[in-house]
Design a protein. Structure first.
Length: 352
């Protein structure tokens, strides 16, 4: 049996929570701040490395805690340099994380849930179903424990799961990433992508400063409902009303993700409807090539249709880009993440 299973992780606790934890052991508050410093600024893997804590304090912590920094159990590298990592998050629960190097930039795409409840028909994670929530520590570990950890410039919450369906943990991870006592990252380097859970959109906008990306995929509600069941619970129109009335300022960005299916959402009529829907909103549309998933008869669009669709939107003044497809050969591209096939393998022991 894993002898660390009764111990709780320190990674994912805010500085205030670590101060509380220290106090709970009868230790001074500054010990909690020291632990935050070692975890988030020094990025140590073990409690033993927290050398300005006394030996007695380190022993006490080791009795009850692990850092929660966990090495990936597998990694695949794409021809284009994209890497896909597999992390264990508990017994028979696995997530995938993708790193995408691009010249000076290196983006990490993190998962926020094991699987997903939302059932979007074009998505492998949706087909996997929902197996559980990630903790803030499990989200942060994906940023700390890849080979590219020291050169990450951007973080996108676009991996497995719907971030706003696990919003408390997502917000805690963002607090730790952006706090001066944490990773001290600019929130402008972080983007959270959602299918538009309206109350979550409101909370995310209010409680942090990160960029927002909304998965739209078609401007026509009846068609969107067939692709994304969430439309019947939280219509896109509601989230759009929220963002229309939100002052994003000059720095904070709102973008819309749009997977393009041939003949289904890339016609001139769809372009016109999209232009109407987003008229007057300072935003960007990211067009995404569809990568076919098993048992889903959705047609990918061809390059010419994609370019024509982009040009029509751009000619009318809507900032529109075609996202480069990365990591397709290792199933790391948008919509292809799934850990179904991994279930049944034994997770590794966590490092301390
Ligand atoms: S697209 Fe996002 S929200 Fe929809 S099923 Fe996939 S992971 Fe879940």
């Amino acid at each position: 049996m894993n002898n660390t299973t009764h111990k709780t992780a320190l990674l994912g606790l805010t500085q205030d929570a670590l101060v509380e934890l220290a106090r709970g052991y009868g230790l001074p508050a500054f010990n909690g701040k020291q632990i935050a410093h070692w975890l988030y600024q020094q990025r140590v893997n073990s409690i033993g490395e927290m050398t300005n804590l006394s030996k007695k304090v380190r022993q006490l912590l080791e009795e009850h805690h692990i850092t929660g920094v966990t090495a990936p159990m597998d990694m695949q590298k794409s021809r284009d340099g994209t890497r896909k990592y597999l992390f264990a998050t508990g017994h028979e629960r696995y997530i995938e994380t993708v790193t995408i190097p691009d010249r000076e930039r290196c983006t990490v795409c993190v998962s926020s849930q094991v699987g997903c409840k939302m059932g979007c028909v074009f998505c492998m994670t949706g087909k996997q179903g929902f197996q559980g929530q990630l903790t803030a520590g499990e989200i942060l570990n994906q940023i700390l424990s890849t080979a590219e950890a020291d050169r990450i410039t951007n973080i996108v919450y676009m991996g497995m799961g719907e971030p706003l369906d696990n919003l408390d943990e997502v917000l805690t991870s963002i607090e730790i990433l952006t706090a001066p006592w944490g990773f001290a990252m600019s929130p402008r380097r972080i983007t959270v992508s959602t299918i538009g859970i309206t109350p979550g959109v409101v909370r995310l906008l209010n409680e942090c400063e990160v960029h927002l990306a909304i998965s739209l995929h078609t401007p026509i509600p009846s068609e969107r409902q067939k692709l994304m069941p969430i439309e019947s619970v939280y219509p896109m129109a509601d989230s759009l009303e929220v963002v229309r009335n939100w002052n994003f300022g000059l720095q904070r960005r709102i973008s819309f993700e749009y997977i393009v299916f041939s003949g289904m959402n890339d016609t001139p009529a769809h372009a016109d409807a999209l232009l109407d829907l987003l008229a007057g909103l300072r935003c960007r549309v990211n067009l995404i090539r569809f990568h076919p998933v098993p048992d889903t008869p959705l047609p990918a669009t061809d390059e010419q249709r994609l370019v024509d669709f982009r040009d029509k939107l751009a000619d009318e003044g809507l900032t529109t880009t075609i996202r480069a497809s990365r990591g397709q050969d290792i199933l790391a591209a948008c919509g292809l993440l799934s850990t179904n096939t991994r279930c049944g393998e034994n997770p590794p022991e966590q490092t301390q």
